[in-house]
Design a protein around this ligand. Structure first.
Ligand SMILES: CC(=O)N[C@H]1[C@@H](OP(=O)(O)OP(=O)(O)OC[C@H]2O[C@@H](n3ccc(=O)[nH]c3=O)[C@H](O)[C@@H]2O)O[C@H](CO)[C@@H](O)[C@@H]1O
Ligand SMILES: C=C(OP(=O)(O)O)C(=O)O
Length: 438
């Protein structure tokens, strides 16, 4: 089977699908299992590539990983980590961003760690300077190696006071996973507070950690000597849910998403309503639909939580091509997240990208030559095209555009979408889409 999907568009998506645990939480909770002296159980785990990648890494490090994909249950037993054999770790270079989060747990357990080069979506430079600064402040010694980085902890890591220049999700998680077993108290200001981070804090608390989340992005951790395994059910994937909601809107459809939850999606729901979409929060999910008539243009700025999430941006932009008037989208989290609009233009969308900060305040990228603002003019009918998936969310946006377009599109490189969307082809079929694998 080749890595492409034929999408015969023009049919509104209709029906019910489910989302399971969040990609951006499950992988971190899996890493947390390394900190426990006993086994952990994680539930609501989706069958996505990132779970496979982190399972492989944990396995290399001596964690016994058992996954039941139907039940969505992961058993993680770290009792053999000390005797692990990590010679093949290089093979994991470029697979995801998660390896960088192994630093703290491995330093605590083994006193050293080798972290292969990171992968993840190419939507900006994505440096790891905050991560390395944090680790050095705890007392780790960091050496760059040809295929990654090597870290040592000459003595037990020490709690510290850190202020992040930007509320980075990964750096906040790095700090949490390192501070919980460091000696003494750690205080982080400028922390990210995404729901996935709060769920990671819940997991760590179950393991025996002492963490308080104060107002104004301050997190305090009292290090402890020992942590146990956890038993936890992952929060739902709010990015996957918003992606399907955007697909419903762009195709004029009506989709109920079991497992979508209101508190984590409040900001998305407000925006969805402003564009003219309707939703109904139900006991076990949320129904999203296009009520007919014109969609409205909006001015949108992506931001850290509780702002409009950057990962929601790409799918929603496709729906904005169907709104009547000019929408402005200012991407403030990543400097290079509008590459996917090239394919949309090829399909007939009118989207211009700009280096200036449009639509509101200035951001970190304002004077730095990055195309990080977009103006979308609609409505424009979309026509089928031959397109290549550029990254995870950009790829899903291409799928949405192909579903909304007249004619049969060829979407190439769709296996990239498996990284974060469980069984997306089955879900498309369940919603009435006319798709077939090449
Ligand atoms: C696996 C995972 O959970 N990925 C998510 C995580 O990515 P990730 O944790 O990589 O994203 P960050 O929040 O760290 O990145 C935000 C910004 O901080 C910058 N930065 C980050 C670290 C650093 O050391 N130096 C630095 O400059 C980045 O380049 C970016 O401009 O949060 C992002 C923001 O919600 C999401 O888009 C990703 O889906
Ligand atoms: C950017 C994303 O993921 P990652 O950090 O894994 O590349 C994403 O999920 O949209």
């Amino acid at each position: 089977m080749t890595d492409l999907l034929y999408v015969n568009g023009g049919t509104p998506l209709q029906g019910t699908i489910s989302v399971r645990g969040a990609k951006n939480f499950v992988s971190k909770a899996m890493v947390a299992s390394l900190l426990g002296e006993s086994a952990s159980v994680l539930r609501n785990v989706p069958q996505i590539r990132d779970v496979g990648v982190v399972s492989g890494l944990l396995d290399l490090h001596g964690v016994n990983v058992k996954y039941d994909p139907d039940a969505g249950i992961l058993d993680l037993d770290p009792s053999n980590v000390e005797s692990a054999h990590v010679a093949d770790i290089d093979a994991h270079a470029g697979s995801s961003r998660i390896p960088i989060l192994f630093c703290g747990p491995l330093l605590h357990r083994l006193g050293e760690a080798f972290i292969p080069d990171l992968g993840g979506c190419r939507i900006g430079d994505r440096p790891i300077d905050y991560h390395l600064d944090i680790l050095r402040q705890f007392g780790a010694v960091v050496d760059k190696r040809p295929n990654g980085i090597h870290l040592r902890a000459p003595r037990r890591l020490q709690g510290t006071k850190i202020s992040l220049p930007y509320p980075s999700v990964g750096a906040t998680e790095q700090l949490l996973l390192t501070a919980v077993r460091a000696e003494g108290i750690t205080e982080l200001s400028g922390a990210a507070t995404e729901p996935e981070i709060m769920d990671l804090i819940a997991v760590l608390q179950k393991m025996g950690a002492i963490i308080s989340v104060d107002t104004d992005r301050v997190i305090r951790i009292e290090g402890v000597d020992r942590l146990e395994g956890y038993n936890h059910t992952a929060l739902g994937d709010r990015i996957e849910a918003a992606s399907w909601a955007s697909a419903a809107l762009a195709t004029g459809g009506d989709v109920t998403i079991k497992g979508a939850t209101q508190p984590e999606m409040m900001t998305f729901l407000n925006t969805f309503r402003k564009v003219g979409g309707q939703f109904d929060v139900q006991d076990d999910g949320i129904r999203f639909w296009h009520p007919g008539g014109d969609l409205r243009p909006i001015v949108l700025e992506t931001d850290v939580h509780p702002g409009f999430m950057t990962d929601w941006q790409q799918p929603l932009v496709v729906a904005l091509t169907q709104a009547t008037g000019l929408s402005i989208v200012h991407e403030t989290v990543y400097e290079n997240r509008f590459g996917f609009t090239e394919a949309l233009r090829q399909m007939g969308a009118t989207i211009q990208v700009y280096k200036e900060c449009l639509g509101g305040g200035d951001c970190r990228f304002g004077q730095r030559n990055f195309h990080h603002s977009a103006v979308v003019s609609g409505p424009t009918p979309l026509a089928a095209a031959d397109i290549e998936v550029p990254d995870l969310r950009g790829g899903f946006s291409h799928l949405i555009a192909a579903l909304a377009a007249k004619g049969t599109s060829t979407v190439r490189g769709i296996s990239l979408i498996d990284r974060g969307y469980e069984s997306f082809q089955d879900k498309l079929v369940a919603l009435g889409a006319d798709v077939s694998r090449g």
